[in-house]
Design a protein around this ligand. Structure first.
Ligand SMILES: NC(=O)c1ccc[n+]([C@@H]2O[C@H](COP(=O)([O-])OP(=O)(O)OC[C@H]3O[C@@H](n4cnc5c(N)ncnc54)[C@H](O)[C@@H]3O)[C@@H](O)[C@H]2O)c1
Length: 259
């Protein structure tokens, strides 16, 4: 075990699988204590059982981040189980893909309830403790959808743009109290969610090949490659990074169009 996150007590959402699971593994390996939250209780329990962690280094609860009361209770539990939270990683998110005229009000609300309000709920419950104890670090898992648009993925990018706005607003409000708030923007990452997206299209194999070809390196990110960036951003290795968005997309978002 290394010690880049020694003394960090991290509240991490969406930890049961995908990028969140990789972040949990990477943070534990760097000496952090974790409190994990996910909507999928049975999967979260299974995930926690598979994580190699020293005694007392992991707490968890099944909760919906869009429910402010449930999150406030989860934070109280986290404080009791692993100690006062000094780092928050808002990772849980959902893909809600449609088009502007087809998207229903229900889809719009789900998109914003989870992808924006969920992050805000966690910040609201955790910030007072951070401020009282002299500071902390918040990391929001944004996306290249936070500043670029893929047609037919509406309204997901609208929420991811808003998450960047939330990041900057909180970062400027609380910089004076020692709290850093940043965003990490992955492009495509090897997760079930991305596979599901390809499978939802007419020709999944062609969709995958087309996506890989968009990347200058001819591949997409592993979850570990995103997790390593997250570790850096909440560590003490970048104490003056605030209100920033770190793009980890292999160069995808700089491509105007393929040659
Ligand atoms: N996979 C990608 O290519 C990619 C790219 C850019 C950004 N992202 C972002 O990274 C984050 C993680 O994505 P992923 O691909 O690992 O997703 P995933 O679907 O594999 O995992 C997300 C987890 O969040 C949980 N979750 C969903 N809604 C929740 C809620 N209301 N309350 C609590 N937990 C909830 C799910 O149960 C799931 O375990 C998301 O914010 C996503 O938008 C993913």
């Amino acid at each position: 075990m290394a010690d880049r996150l020694l003394g960090k007590r991290i509240f991490l959402t969406g930890a049961a699988q995908g990028i969140g699971f990789a972040i949990a593994q990477a943070c534990l390996a760097e000496g952090a204590k974790l409190f994990l939250v996910d909507l999928d209780g049975p999967l979260l329990k299974k995930t926690v059982a598979g994580l190699a962690a020293p005694q007392g280094h992991i707490g968890y609860v099944a909760a919906d981040i869009s429910n402010g009361k449930a999150i406030a209770a989860a934070v109280r539990r986290a404080d009791n189980e692993i100690g006062p939270i000094n780092a928050l990683i808002n990772n849980a998110g959902v893909n809600v893909f449609s088009t502007p005229l087809k998207a229903s009000e229900k889809e719009w609300n789900r998109n914003f309830d989870v992808n924006v309000k969920g992050a805000w709920n966690c910040c609201k419950a955790i910030l007072p403790g951070m401020i009282a104890s002299g500071g902390g670090a918040i990391l929001n898992i944004a996306s290249t959808h936070s500043f670029t648009i893929i047609p037919h993925t509406f309204p997901y990018p609208v929420a991811k743009h808003a998450l960047l706005g939330l990041t900057r607003s909180l970062a400027l409000e609380y910089a004076g109290q020692g709290v850093r708030v940043n965003a990490l923007a992955p492009g495509y990452v090897e997760t079930q969610k991305v596979t599901d997206y390809w499978n939802s299209l007419a020709d999944p194999a062609a969709a995958r090949a087309k996506t890989l070809a968009l990347h200058p390196g001819g591949r997409i990110a592993s979850t570990r490659e995103i997790a390593m960036a997250a570790v850096f951003m909440i560590s003490e290795e970048c104490p003056f990074m605030n209100a920033a968005c770190l793009v980890v997309d292999g160069g995808l978002s700089q491509l105007q169009h393929p040659a």
